[in-house]
Design a protein around this ligand. Structure first.
Ligand code: FES
Length: 256
């Protein structure tokens, strides 16, 4: 009987996928972190636990405004930490949030006019049209234009142009005229909504229904639903038309 020697083959080395990293500096300490992360995720990957200055992580809440420098560039850049990608050689540091004087008012006692805007924001006249506010806006808003609308008392334009503002305050951080743009936009939208836009009758009806407890039973039902059912109801919800004053359905649960 012939014996056949089994050919021995070297076991293959298990391939370990290499993670590409970049080197960034956080508060003066170097960290190698995976590429493709946002500033916020890179900080977490480096071991920081973020409990302030972070909210939605989706570019909506405006809580994560931050400054950074890039390698070889002395200029300070600004952006939202949850939306800005890291680069090799980036230098990150912690800064205090941007405080801007916030006027206190009762919106029902004010008139929708240029006078009101100037009463609360006299610094509006100091705008030198440098457009820095618009250049730093992470939302890409035409900030300088809405400041011009405020000067002209054009509240409709001001409310529309500032509608997507997330109040991160980056515009304020760079304005040589010290204008608190996001508070200007907020006041304009409140004035426009309270004094200029026609009242939505269906909203009034719905508020009355809520007050009378019409939805209590159904709300209770929603609270006891499992996540999947709740998500189904949410994705099938009726969204109010922006164009007309459409009567709302009683609710997603059709309680007639
Ligand atoms: S965490 Fe909300 S905008 Fe960045």
């Amino acid at each position: 009987m012939a014996l056949q020697q089994k050919k021995l083959t070297k076991p293959k080395k298990k391939e370990v996928p290499l993670i590409e990293t970049v080197r960034i500096s956080i508060m003066g300490k170097n960290h190698d972190v995976p590429t493709g992360l946002t500033i916020l995720k890179a900080m977490e990957s480096a071991g920081y636990r973020l409990v302030r200055g972070v909210g939605c992580r989706g570019g909506f809440c405006g809580a994560c405004a931050t400054v950074y420098r890039k390698a070889g560039d002395f200029r300070l850049q600004v952006g939202l930490a949850c939306q800005t990608g890291i680069e090799d050689g980036m230098f990150l540091a912690q800064i205090p949030f941007y405080p801007a004087p916030k006027p206190v008012y009762n919106i029902h006692e004010l008139s929708a006019s240029a006078e009101t805007m100037f009463r609360f924001f006299p610094e509006l006249v100091r705008c030198i049209q440098c457009n820095t506010c618009a250049k730093v806006c992470p939302q890409g808003l035409e900030v300088m234009r809405y400041i011009a609308a405020a000067q002209q008392g054009d509240l409709k334009r001001l409310a529309e142009l500032s509608f997507d503002c997330i109040s991160c305050g980056l515009c304020v951080s760079r304005c040589p005229a010290e204008i608190a743009h996001y508070h200007v936009g907020m006041l304009a939208r409140r004035l426009y909504g309270s004094h200029v836009l026609p009242k939505a009758a269906h909203l009034h009806t719905r508020l009355e229904e809520i007050k009378t407890g019409y939805f209590e039973e159904e709300l209770d039902k929603f609270c006891r639903m499992d996540k999947a059912t709740l998500q189904r109801f949410y994705s099938q919800r009726v969204i109010e038309s922006e164009e007309e004053d459409v009567p709302l359905r009683k609710s997603n649960g059709d309680k007639d």
